[in-house]
Design a protein around this ligand. Structure first.
Ligand code: HEC
Length: 143
């Protein structure tokens, strides 16, 4: 009986070790690429403030057609916030890494680039990382 118990304990430990190794491997894996079709549906959340069709009008925020890979401040028709301008003086590009942070918290992203606390006019936050990945995938193709 004693030997049997010992055996059980060892194999339970082995399973626990395997499981934690598996979860580490999972955590280290690169973030899943987004799904553009899901992203397009999520864009409804952006529609109160943005259009994203070619030549679409500005609303509270700028039109987002072809925004991916643009340099900051590219939209001459739109009056960006002071916070945006301060960050843009330091320079940033609307790429995957930028959008991942910006869509989660625009003011925090701009503050990080500006090197001081600034506010974006975009107060909306897309909290779920998977949702951000989907929206980014959509924006990449929206050109
Ligand atoms: C409540 C209104 C509002 C919502 C909702 C909103 N935005 Fe914005 N967005 C803005 C404003 C305003 C700006 C300009 C930021 C500034 O000047 O600080 C902006 C800027 C941006 C920019 C930078 C554009 C550029 O030309 O540099 C991107 C990209 C962007 N928004 C994407 C999105 C996406 C994607 C969504 C939906 C998931 C979204 N926004 C939802 C108001 C909004």
């Amino acid at each position: 009986m004693f030997l049997g118990d010992q055996h059980m304990r060892v194999s339970r430990l082995a399973i626990a070790a395997l499981l934690s190794a598996a979860s580490l491997a999972f955590a280290a894996a690169p973030a899943q690429a987004g799904d553009a079709a899901k992203g397009e549906k999520l864009m409804k959340k952006c529609g109160a403030c943005h259009t994203w069709d070619q030549g679409g009008k500005k609303k509270v925020g700028p039109n987002l057609f072809g925004v991916y890979e643009q340099n900051c401040g590219h939209n001459a028709e739109f009056k960006y916030s002071d916070g945006y301008h301060k960050a843009c003086e330091k320079g940033f590009k609307i790429d995957e890494a930028m959008l991942m942070e910006y869509l989660a918290d625009a003011s925090a992203y701009l503050s990080g680039v500006a090197g001081e606390k600034v506010k974006s006019k975009m107060t909306f936050k897309l909290k779920k990382e998977a949702d951000r990945a989907d929206v980014i995938e959509f924006l990449k193709g929206n050109k």
